[in-house]
Design a protein around this ligand. Structure first.
Ligand code: NAI
Ligand code: MG
Length: 372
């Protein structure tokens, strides 16, 4: 029996292209794994009314982790219009399968490394090596929202918050509320993961990014948890930065930062900023990590205009495979893969369009495999 069981969910569009590239490299690495392809994405929404069929979650439960490509999502009206005729009008509602995976498997930590590999013409600087830890389950993205606001909710808010009084006269249909929910436990977990990562990989600082001077309660709670945990890691400096200033610092001195930890929405924003510093979507890998399970995915979407053309940069996916190997504990193999990707970048011979070349997604994988 193979040592690992790994689910492969290519999904839509270029998700399939980059998964084929990943397979070339996984074969070459000869990881002791059995692979289980699964269904996810738009075509299953259209044909079955569910972009994440039950058989796929069942499949994932039988595996150690999952490598995911990308999916297509479309607005409500289009989603309804593209359903198979027999599924229309049944009140089916599309919801993002990747968000559902994060919730169903409690993948509470989102990990996004951003390292500039020397020789990449798209690098903002060549000495950037930072990692963003983003809380993955709560904050403004918890989905607790009201519009119109129920009368009872409005009355309660006005009763308990003097600052709510000035909104009390707004018609309930002309005001919307999205709740920013931050729990001590989730803050604790993400900060703990960030410090453990810093310790394991030798980063000297952890920067906690919030806005406690304005969002006093939720950011305050997060920061206080961070300080408590930081005290247990005397060798690692805790830096605190406000989200707005941090965006400036990351443009001014990105090389100064190591591990960055933040809540869900700030993490969403800052991780895209960081990805662009090291070459953009063609280089940006990520892991969604829980206590029992993890889903690894390049951060790009399905890029429909390039679907099936094998044009896009598969390095994001190959670096995602590297993250997966690290998580599985195959550290030596992960390092070999990273070195091979880095060598192909430094050589500058095999480049996809985003790097100014005309190589294909599979050429990249083959060049990396040749270095392994
Ligand atoms: P996208 O990431 O799919 O593509 C935006 C543009 O970035 C592409 O047109 C292409 O020019 C470039 N790009 C993306 N990946 C690249 C790569 N590996 N190499 C080189 N260039 C690359 O984002 P977009 O166009 O906003 O969304 C397309 C679809 O993907 C939508 O349906 C959206 O909902 C979905 N999406 C899915 C995500 C996921 O699966 N996690 C994440 C983001 C978007
Ligand atoms: Mg995203």
């Amino acid at each position: 029996m193979a040592k690992y069981k790994i689910a492969l969910l290519p999904g839509d569009g270029i998700g399939k292209d980059v998964m084929d590239a990943a397979q070339i490299v996984l074969d070459k690495l000869a990881l002791d794994a059995e692979y289980f392809p699964g269904d996810i994405g738009w075509e299953f929404w259209c044909q079955e009314g569910d972009p994440l069929p039950k058989r796929t979650t069942e499949l994932l439960k039988k595996t150690d982790c999952c490598l995911f490509g990308a999916i297509t999502s479309k607005p409500k009206e289009e989603a309804e219009a593209e359903l198979a005729p027999e599924l229309k009008g049944k009140g089916l509602v599309y919801s993002s399968p990747i968000v559902r995976l994060r919730q169903e498997f409690n993948l509470r930590t989102n990990l996004r490394p951003c390292k500039a590999y020397p020789g990449n013409p798209l690098n903002y600087r060549d000495d950037i090596d930072l990692v963003v830890f983003r809380e993955n389950t709560e904050d403004l993205y918890a989905g607790v929202e009201f519009h119109p606001i129920p009368e009872e909710v409005m009355q309660t808010l006005v009763k308990h918050s003097p600052k709510m009084k000035r909104f009390a006269a707004v018609p309930l249909n002309d005001i919307a509320i999205s709740l920013r929910i931050i729990t001590r436990q989730a803050s604790h977990n993400i900060v703990r993961d960030a410090f453990e990562y810093a310790k394991k990989y030798g980063y000297k600082s952890v920067t906690v990014v919030e806005k406690p001077n304005v969002i006093r309660e939720t950011s305050g709670l997060f920061i206080r948890e961070a300080r408590k945990i930081a005290a247990e890691y005397p060798g690692i400096a805790l830096w605190e930065a406000n989200i707005d200033a941090m965006c400036m610092w990351l443009i001014k001195n990105p090389q100064d930062y190591g591990v960055i930890v933040t809540s869900n929405m700030f993490g969403d924003i800052i991780s895209d900023l960081c990805a662009q510093l090291i070459g953009g979507l063609g280089f940006s890998s990520s892991g969604n990590i829980g206590d029992q399970y993890a889903v690894f995915e390049p951060t790009h979407g399905s890029a429909p205009k390039y679907a099936g053309q094998y044009k896009v940069n598969s390095m994001a996916m190959l670096l995602t495979v590297k993250l997966m190997l690290d998580w599985l504990g195959e550290t030596e193999m992960a390092q070999r893969l990273e070195k091979a990707v880095s060598a192909v970048i430094a050589e500058g011979k095999t480049r996809t369009y985003d790097m100014g070349g005309s190589s294909s997604s599979l050429d990249i994988a083959k060049a990396v495999a040749a270095h392994l």
